[in-house]
Design a protein around this ligand. Structure first.
Ligand code: NAP
Length: 269
């Protein structure tokens, strides 16, 4: 298969590339400001905010499938418009599209979110991810939208945040619940979805919900660090308005996929 990974210089995109190359696929991977580290990938620079450049690259590469991962937390043009540009170009060349979405599009509530729960974003990043989904679905109803949660593993910024909080340089919220997923599990799930005709939103996250603070304690145990230094707070204490409890119910994905999505306790054992 001729696979295009947009955001191959990123954490998830890099792992998707490594697994795809290992599986014998021909992989083109894009970067914007960093380098593509995965060996065996044909690197191409791409700015997804440039609609014409996205179209030109896809027309040239003519991929069978596209895995779209790029985002910038504070840049609508990358997260929302960029996703739309990729979807338009993928549809034009007839490529299967796996779009990476996020639990950040939910407002938070005590009960878990199902695959097709409608977005209720609270902050600009969540709104950008919701807009990205809307655009992708409008352009390509056959695309699968992988809604995921905190991506962990070596090199994860989520794990780094825990280490920073253990060193007193950051704060972890005690009331912000998420379902972390390991990057290798998520990348394998993404690649498994490529040859399917699954369409629409699909939750692909770990089976275990933990608070950010609980994850900090698991990282302390894993790294052999003293948990006493862990800096925690509630979202309200920090004066923020952000989604608290966002648990993704990934049971449909778990039933559909061969890839086992491990819980965070197992990952950090
Ligand atoms: N990380 C998480 O915990 C988490 C949680 C839920 C959902 N997600 C979703 O999962 C996906 C992957 O996340 P990640 O953590 O792997 O992201 P990441 O490591 O931050 O990588 C982001 C990628 O986007 C690229 N990019 C940024 N601006 C670009 C632009 N203008 N044009 C083209 N590419 C651009 C970056 O390229 P350069 O580095 O080369 O600039 C990089 O390859 C995202 O869609 C995110 O919303 C992530």
């Amino acid at each position: 298969m001729n696979l295009l990974v947009v955001g191959a210089s990123g954490f998830l995109g890099g792992e998707v590339c490594r697994q795809a190359v290992a599986a014998g696929h021909e992989v083109t991977g894009t970067y914007h400001s960093a380098a593509v580290a995965a060996p065996g990938v044909a690197p191409r620079r791409l700015d997804v905010t440039d609609r014409a450049a996205v179209r030109a690259l896809l027309t040239e590469v003519r991929p069978d499938a596209v895995v779209a991962t790029p985002y910038r937390y504070d840049d609508w043009r990358v997260t929302a418009d960029g996703a739309a540009h990729i979807a338009c170009a993928a549809a034009e060349v007839g490529a299967r599209l796996v779009h990476l979405s996020s639990d950040a599009l939910h407002a938070g509530r005590p009960t878990p979110y199902l695959d097709d729960d409608v977005p209720t974003p609270l902050h600009p990043y969540g709104a950008a991810k919701a807009a990205a989904e809307t655009a992708v679905r409008a352009v390509d109803p056959g695309a699968v939208l992988v809604r995921t949660s905190l991506i962990v593993g070596e090199g994860s910024k989520q794990i780094q945040l825990c280490r920073d909080a253990l060193a007193g340089r950051a704060v972890l919220f005690t009331d912000e619940a998420r379902c972390p997923v390991h990057v290798t599990d998520l990348a394998a799930a993404v690649l498994e979805l490529v040859p399917t005709d699954l369409a629409g939103p699909l939750n692909v996250a770990g089976p275990e919900a933990v608070s950010r603070a609980e994850m900090g304690l698991l990282v302390a145990r894993h790294d052999g660090l003293d948990p006493a230094g862990l800096k925690t707070a509630t979202i309200a204490e920090a004066g923020l308005h952000r989604p608290a409890e966002v648990r993704l119910d990934s049971s449909r994905a778990a039933g559909l996929l061969r890839t086992r999505l491990r819980g965070i306790t197992e990952v950090l054992a």
